[in-house]
Design a protein around this ligand. Structure first.
Ligand SMILES: NC(=O)c1ccc[n+]([C@@H]2O[C@H](COP(=O)([O-])OP(=O)(O)OC[C@H]3O[C@@H](n4cnc5c(N)ncnc54)[C@H](O)[C@@H]3O)[C@@H](O)[C@H]2O)c1
Length: 254
């Protein structure tokens, strides 16, 4: 438990399922007020219902992160309901395997729009609110597939470019927002058992190939990312900004 997260106002994008939902439930357990944002209002409400059933507080919001107006509306409605924004988890993402030579301009644009432009728009809207009270934390969900300290992956030209962009965005925002006491970090997950990675799990051959690259020899759980998100947004990490924390069962150590 992180005592300092009690009463904090947290926005999580892409939170109707997967890692975003695990983050939402973990923050609520720690006493934070959680805004569950995603493309489906109804599915966000189901997560909020679960939070409220356990005695927590939440707000379900429809937000397509590629739309600047919706990102700004999300922050506005959060402030109307809870009075402030302390934490943003940029988590919404899409991933489609396709060889580079077959990738269309439209597919490239869609991935970059959701995975990179969306992070920029939500960070900008939330940071404007955070700097009013000179404190805040932003966590961007990248991936081990991000080049740089990470790696490339065949079939993921668009996805890896977007995730590499998140790493660069994270370090730059950390520099620009440090004077306002807003910390910005990223998490690079490996293979995590969520709906996005369903094909890895259901195809025994892909699963075997994937696990062969992971020293801990299993996929990660959404809750294992959530525990890192909590650490990076709590006072326990008060001197950490501009970092990319790899949570991958040892994959990148291979
Ligand atoms: N699962 C993995 O193995 C893995 C590995 C590395 C990184 N990631 C990253 O983790 C994050 C969470 O993914 P997940 O595994 O929980 O997948 P997921 O598909 O379960 O969740 C992603 C969520 O993002 C939402 N989303 C998609 N487009 C959106 C948009 N335009 N606006 C708002 N929300 C939108 C989806 O509706 C979905 O709820 C993503 O950024 C993903 O790229 C996942």
């Amino acid at each position: 438990m992180y005592e300092d997260l009690k009463g904090k106002v947290v926005i999580i994008t892409g939170a109707r399922r997967g890692m975003g939902k695990a983050d939402a439930l973990a923050f609520a357990k720690n006493g934070a007020k959680v805004v569950v944002a995603d493309i489906s209002q109804e599915e966000c409400q189901l997560v909020v219902d679960e939070i409220e059933k356990n005695g927590g507080e939440g707000l379900a919001l429809k937000c397509d992160v590629t739309n600047e107006k919706e990102a700004e509306e999300m922050v506005k409605k959060t402030v109307e309901k809870f009075g402030k924004v302390d934490i943003l988890v940029n988590n919404a993402g899409i991933c489609q395997f396709k060889p580079f030579l077959e990738l269309t301009e439209e597919e490239w644009k869609k991935t970059l729009d959701v995975n990179l432009k969306g992070y920029f728009l939500c960070a900008k809207a939330a940071a404007k609110e955070m700097l009013k009270h000179k404190s805040g934390a932003i966590v961007n969900i990248a991936s081990v597939v991000m080049g740089q300290i990470g790696m490339g992956m065949a079939g993921l030209a668009h996805y890896s470019a977007s995730k590499g962009g998140i790493a660069a965005l994270t370090k730059t925002l950390a520099l620009e927002l440090a004077p306002y006491n807003i910390r910005v970090n990223a998490i690079a997950p490996g293979a995590i058992d969520t709906p996005m990675a369903a094909s890895t799990k259901t195809d025994p051959k892909i699963l075997e190939q994937t696990l062969a690259m992971i020293p801990l020899h299993r996929m990660g759980k959404a809750e294992e990312i959530a525990s890192t998100v909590l650490f990076l947004t709590s006072d326990a990490s008060s001197y950490i900004t501009g970092s990319i924390v790899v949570v991958d069962g040892g994959w990148l150590a291979m």
